[in-house]
Design a protein around this ligand. Sequence first.
Ligand SMILES: Cc1cc2nc3c(=O)[nH]c(=O)nc-3n(C[C@H](O)[C@H](O)[C@H](O)COP(=O)(O)OP(=O)(O)OC[C@H]3O[C@@H](n4cnc5c(N)ncnc54)[C@H](O)[C@@H]3O)c2cc1C
Length: 389
Amino acid sequence: MKSLRVGVVGAGIVGLSHAWSAARRGHRVTVFERSPRAVGASIRNFGMVWPLGQPPGTPYRLAMRSRRRWLRLAREAGVWVRRCGSLHLAYREDERDVMAEFAAAAPDLGVACRWVDAERVRSRWPVANPDGLLGALRSPTELAVNPPAAIGQIATWLHDRLGVEFRFATRIVSAQGTALRSSTGAGWDFDRIVVCGGADAADLFPDQVRAAGIRLCKLQMLATEPQPGGWRIGPHIAGGLTLRHYRSFEVCPSLEGLKRRIASETPELDQFGIHVMASQDDLGRVILGDSHEYDDQIEPFDKQRIDDLILRELRRLIRLPDWSIGRRWHGIYAKHPQQAILRDEPRPELHLRTGTGGAGMTLAFGFAEEDWDQWSQTRDDFPATPAGD
Ligand SMILES: Cc1cc2nc3c(=O)[nH]c(=O)nc-3n(C[C@H](O)[C@H](O)[C@H](O)COP(=O)(O)OP(=O)(O)OC[C@H]3O[C@@H](n4cnc5c(N)ncnc54)[C@H](O)[C@@H]3O)c2cc1C
C-alpha cells in the first residue's frame, strides 16, 4: 500500500486514535496541537472506558474494539489500564427493574452483564452503601485509565515507536485543499487530513458544525485526595440516575417510569443534567461527577450548588474512607443530537472527526479503525481479550 502523508489536527483521544491507525498502516503522520500539550476533554474526563453505555449493535462492538486497543496500549506503551468492570447500584424498585430487564435481555443483545443480589454485592464490594441496597448490575468489560497521564504517554509512544511527528504549540488556522496552515503562516501539504479539534471544531469548520446541530456541553467534576492505605474502589460505580443517561438502557420498558419519578422527586438533578459516577485512578484519587449544562447555561465559573448535589447523590451510593476533595474542574465537549463521534467530509481527502458526547475515551479507537479500514481497504485488528470478572 502506498505510504501517504497524513496530517492530524488535535492531540486529544480522537486525534491520537487516527494517528495510531494511520501509522500502523505505514503512513507518515504529523499531529498538530495548538497547546504545549493536550488540554481538552480528553484529559478532563473520568477515564472510564465504558462499553456498557453504548447501545447494543455497532456502537457496543466499536467500544469493544476500542477496549482491545486500550489493553494493547497497556502492554506495549505501559499505559496504566485497570480491568475494573462496572457496578450500577440499585436502591429503588424502578432502578432494580430497569437493571434486571437489561440483564435479562443482555445475552440476546450480545452484552456481557448480569444482575447480582444485594447480599453478594455487600460481601464482594464494600464500597457500596449497604443501607437499602437492592442489588446491582455488574458488567465486567469496563476499564479505568488515568486520562492526563494516558494522553501524554500515548503521544510519546506514537512518536518513539511509530515515528509519528508531533508539533505542539502549533495552532492550525486553515485547512484548504490538502494544505494546513498555522497561525505563524507556516504551511504543510498532505495526502489526507483529519481534523479532530474537539469542542473547538467550529473554529475551522463553522458551517459543518452548525449544520450538524452541535451544542456545547459543560461538565463539572471533582476528585478526592488519594485514598488512605492503598484503599481501592473496585469497579466503576454508577446508580439509578445513570440509567437515564446512556442510550443502552432505552430497551428497558421500566426506564420511562424511572425518568418520570426522578424528574418529579428531584427536579434539581434534571435542571443541571446530573447523574453520578465514580472511578479511581492509579494514584488512588476517586474521580466524581458529573453535570451537563448546555450552550447559554454555560458560565466560565463553576457552581458550588452542582458540586453539592453531585456529592449528595454519591454519598447515597458509596462509602469512601476519605471524602476530602483535592481537585475541582470542568470540561466541555461538543454534543451531537445522536452521534457519539461527528463524522463529516468537507472534501474527499479532508475529514472532520470530533468526540461529540461523553464517550470519546470509549469509542475513539474503534471509530478511527473503522475509518482507516475503509480508507485503506484493509482491516487491522487485535485479537479479542476476555473481559474477566
Ligand atoms: C468531564 C468529562 C468527563 C468525561 N468522561 C468520559 C469518560 O469517562 N469516558 C469516555 O469515554 N468519555 C468521557 N468523556 C468524553 C471524552 O472526554 C470526549 O468525547 C473526548 O475526550 C473528545 O476527544 P477529542 O479528541 O474530540 O477532543 P479534545 O480532547 O478536546 O481534543 C481536541 C484537541 O484539539 C486541539 N485543537 C483544537 N483546535 C485546534 C487547532 N485549530 N489547531 C491545533 N489544535 C487544535 C485542542 O487543543 C485539543 O487538545 C468525558 C468528557 C468530559 C468533558
